[in-house]
Write a protein that binds this ligand. Sequence first.
Ligand code: RB5
Length: 155
Amino acid sequence: MKIAIGSDHAAFALKEVVRKHLIESGHDVIDMGTYTPERADYPVYGEKVAKAVVRGEVKYGVVICGTGAGISITANKVRGIRCVLASEPYTAVLSRQHNDANMLAMGARVVGEGLACMIVDQFLAAEFEGGRHADRIALIAKLDQAPDSVDTILS
Ligand code: RB5
């Protein structure tokens, strides 16, 4: 599976662990940075990975910052992105099954290496269930198209 990964400095070490784990698992991984532990701004990497996903260059994006909050907020600003912030596998799996999440965010100051790799593995293995969930994804997509019409769309 083709996957883009990115992080800021706070998550550089965990990104390296997850990146190597994904490669060892047979995935094709594009590392979009940061490439050193020097200070780096998480929006830069959240945007890069998110745009690779919406352009169809990769199937999924994995982004990591200190908490996962900033980089997931950033990713979700990109039209077409559904990025879940997960600290345990249950949320990661359900975000695929029900929300068709196309990006996973994690916090390097929140999860350990083993847990992070487990969360990623289960996220990638889970399938979107469609059906009633697809109708809800369509509602989210309408917000992408007309963000000022939220009352109309959801009423
Ligand atoms: C960097 O110190 C930190 O703010 C960042 O990694 C992230 O946690 C932001 O949401």
